[in-house]
Design a protein around this ligand. Structure first.
Ligand SMILES: C[S@@+](CC[C@H](N)C(=O)[O-])C[C@H]1O[C@@H](n2cnc3c(N)ncnc32)[C@H](O)[C@@H]1O
Length: 224
């Protein structure tokens, strides 16, 4: 379901670069459906790189899909004409670092479809700092994990408040049942952590306690 929801944000006919593709499931599924016209599957590690090569070969997609052993956006070559980039199933900070160190490989017109596992706030901060506008967001729950999908395009620079960077500007406006469920759970976790901090024998840094208190305050406000 997670990758199906990611797939729904890839524009029809796109030339997709899927970075950290692992088995290459996303590009292979989209090519098999005729939903995209070409794909690059990038992998930094040898075993998943070979698994992606196998998926492409087994599905007879060698003409439409290139599998490349490369770190981050270095998998994208100038002649690829990439129109969408997906980076999924990694921490938000890792996705941010991949985008930041690979900026030279982006033309600026690509749609970014990102699915961070945590670290959404620093990722949104990077997008805002680099002239991206968040055009769609989703939160979904699968196998007892909450996942977020962030879709961004270059556009009119938009300033986001600290709360919008934390919750997601579109998610906090929509307040879907999955969003409310996620943040009710997060609230319980943060309150528990604060109680543990208060009982801890070694002093917890004041800044850390203040950050948790601020987040509890924001969550209470967003849940109303
Ligand atoms: C947990 S898997 C996610 C696979 C798939 N994208 C998904 O969402 O199901 C993360 C993959 O990213 C790859 N990866 C991590 N850092 C990378 C980087 N800098 N460049 C390319 N691939 C990377 C790992 O080798 C691993 O196969």
């Amino acid at each position: 379901m997670r990758l199906e929801r990611v797939a729904a944000h890839i524009p029809a006919g796109a030339r997709l670069a899927d970075i950290g593709s692992d088995h290459g499931y996303l590009p292979v599924a989209l090519l098999r459906r005729g939903a995209i016209s070409a794909a690059v599957a990038g992998e930094v590690a040898l075993t998943p790189f070979q698994a992606a090569q196998r998926s492409v070969r087994d599905n007879g997609l060698e003409l439409q899909a290139s599998v490349r052993l490369a770190s981050g956006l270095a998998a994208i070559e100038p002649g690829d004409g990439i129109t969408a980039v997906s980076i999924c199933g990694m921490g938000g900070e890792t996705i941010r670092d991949i985008l930041d160190s690979g900026r030279a490989h982006l033309g600026g017109h690509e749609r970014l479809v990102l699915q961070p596992n945590g670290g959404e706030q620093p990722l949104r901060q990077w997008l805002a700092d680099n002239g991206y506008r968040i055009v769609a967001e989703e939160v979904l729950r699968e196998n007892r994990f909450d996942y977020e999908i962030i879709v961004a395009e270059r556009g009119e620079g938009q300033g986001y408040s600290p709360e919008q960077l934390y919750f997601g500007p579109l998610l906090m406006a929509e307040r879907s049942p999955a969003f409310v469920f996620k943040w009710q759970r997060m609230l319980r976790q943060k309150q528990q952590a604060l109680a543990n901090f208060a009982r801890a024998k070694a002093a917890v840094p004041v800044k850390k306690v203040e950050a948790f208190e601020r987040e509890v305050c924001w969550i209470n406000a967003v849940l109303g």
